[in-house]
Design a protein around this ligand. Structure first.
Ligand SMILES: *[C@@H]1O[C@H](CO)[C@@H](O)[C@H](O)[C@H]1NC(C)=O
Ligand SMILES: *[C@@H]1O[C@H](CO)[C@@H](O)[C@H](O)[C@H]1NC(C)=O
Length: 497
């Protein structure tokens, strides 16, 4: 909506960033990201196993806008050369993509490794490396093998073994060439958003029970995979492994709500970060008690939020090589009023804290209903992370804008520029060691329940074309110049389209 107002606002904040300050530190790396289910298609080729997104979209097509699905998506399974070419056209330092677990392990277990699945990813990895682009692999971006879902999926504590078995196979297959790894993408979506709403695969509704059990299990699964890499692979391959958290920046609606805002951050960022990144490990202070009280209020005989044993706490603590953050948007938080109801979809209120979220009326809307633009949020979130978890290496593993169709995506260019300016302020004025920035996303793709309605791509895809032709948007031309100049002091004009 009022782009101009928000942009003036952020321009004022960036004033202290002088012209020469628009350059990135030496060694800063730029990438772009995708995820397997969102781009690959080829859902039933060769011996690939069914995953929970295949099942979710086929079982009830009305779950997805316009009854769309990822059966073909961007056809990246067959267009892999073109995807590599695009990454090279942009001059990316690295390309972040995810692996389809059931494409590599058709049964979900390592009793059978798919030759075709392995060769697809080898083609992608080797093709990128031939162009000087580092592959940055996410092991799990939401597409659990259905066979494991049938056994309880992320609510079965054995998932830590299943996931780490899969991780070992992948590290063995690709670890000689791949040095950057993420175990899980956005565990808060895998657990909280999914189980509290049933609006994402696996479509299981288990609010405040399944979501809490999953929360603990994803952390144990991550830690186990990290330790396998650390012990068995790092000595010879020297790579880095972490997990990617989705962080929404929260501020109190009024000054009186500052404490509530801090608790909200702990309840969202903290439940998936504190056990790993804090010095003491375990759940964030205060949260366990609140969730126990809520369980009792909801009529359960004890807390449905599982505690850690001392051994588990130690097992999870310190299982990182950097902090990976996906970030898009911000919210205000305020205490709920008497009798107010809570929303869980598409971006929930903090029901467990008896609090409601709001957006600032000046924040521009986007093509995604959960998504409002607030560039300062990314800087404040980075500073918060450094203050809470220390002077770590930070990587932004996703950031980008949802728009509708069209090659002229001036608003996406503005979004990237304003958010990246704030990243520079975090680096230069607050000393946050941000080393990587990843644009979401390389190409338009299947945006989960939103189908092909909202677009995040630097490249537009013609989804009516069987070849899924990819065409650079204005933002692609702009991003390419940023990477080349290693600076935001560049412009792209519509003549380049
Ligand atoms: C794969 O799925 C498509 C639908 O997306 C269907 O048309 C095709 O027959 C299936 N192929 C096989 C081998 O089952
Ligand atoms: C940032 O982190 C990287 C990776 O650990 C390290 O090599 C670099 O020296 C750090 N930079 C600063 C300014 O601390």
């Amino acid at each position: 909506m009022s782009w101009s107002r928000a942009l003036v606002f952020s321009a004022l904040i960036a004033v202290s960033c002088s012209a020469e300050d628009l350059s990135f530190p030496p060694g800063f790396k730029f990438g772009a990201a995708t995820a397997a289910y969102q781009i690959e298609g080829a859902w039933n080729v060769s011996d690939k196993g069914e995953n929970i997104w295949d099942r979710f979209v086929h079982e009830d097509p009305t779950r997805i806008r316009n009854q769309e699905n990822g059966d073909v998506a961007c056809d990246s399974y067959n267009q892999v050369e073109r995807d590599i070419e695009i990454a090279a056209e942009l001059g990316l330092d690295y390309y972040r993509f995810s692996l389809s677990w059931s494409r590599i392990l058709p049964t979900g277990f390592p009793n059978k490794i798919s030759e075709d699945g392995t060769s697809y990813y080898n083609k992608l990895i080797d093709g990128l490396l031939a162009k000087g682009i580092q592959p940055f692999i996410t092991l799990y971006h939401w597409d659990l093998p259905q066979s494991l879902q049938d056994l309880g999926g992320w609510t079965n504590p054995l998932i830590a073994d299943w996931f780490s078995d899969y991780a070992r196979v992948v590290f063995t297959l690709f670890g000689d060439r791949v040095k950057m790894w993420l175990t899980l993408n956005e565990p808060i979506v895998i657990c909280d958003l999914s189980y509290n709403s049933a609006r994402l695969a696996p479509g299981v509704y288990s609010p405040h029970v399944g979501s809490y059990i999953c929360n603990k299990n994803v952390l144990l699964a991550h830690a186990k995979a990290w330790r396998i890499y650390d012990e068995e692979f790092k000595p010879k391959y020297h790579g880095k492994v972490s997990l990617a958290n989705q962080l929404i920046w929260f501020e109190g609606k009024t000054e009186a709500d500052a404490e509530l805002a801090e608790l909200t951050i702990q309840n969202m960022a903290g439940r998936y970060s504190h056990p790993i990144y804090s010095k003491e490990g375990g759940w964030p202070p205060g949260i366990e008690k609140i969730l126990e009280e809520n369980s009792l209020k909801r009529g359960f005989p004890r807390s449905m939020f599982p505690s850690f044993t001392q051994e588990e706490k130690e097992f999870i603590r310190g299982t990182y090589d950097f902090y990976a953050m996906n970030h898009y948007t911000s919210r205000y938080i305020r205490p709920a009023k008497e009798g107010e109801t809570f929303r869980i979809w598409p971006l929930g209120d903090a029901e467990d804290l008896n609090a409601k979220i709001e957006v600032h009326p000046d924040w521009p809307t986007t093509a995604s209903m959960w998504f409002f633009v607030n560039p300062e949020g990314i800087r404040k979130q980075l500073v918060w992370l450094k203050e809470n978890y220390g002077d770590l290496e930070f990587m932004i593993t996703e950031n980008g804008l949802a728009t509708f169709d069209g090659l002229d995506d001036t608003n996406r260019v503005e979004y990237y520029r304003e958010y990246l300016k704030q990243v520079l302020v975090a680096i230069k004025e607050y000393g946050v060691n941000v080393t990587h920035y990843t644009a979401w996303t390389l190409i338009d793709n299947f945006e989960w329940v939103d189908g092909y309605h909202s677009k995040f791509g630097l490249y537009e895809i013609d989804f009516s074309d069987p070849k899924r032709t990819r065409t650079p948007r204005l933002s692609a031309h702009w991003y390419k110049k940023v990477i080349k100049a290693h600076s935001l002091d560049v412009t792209a004009t519509k003549d380049e389209l």
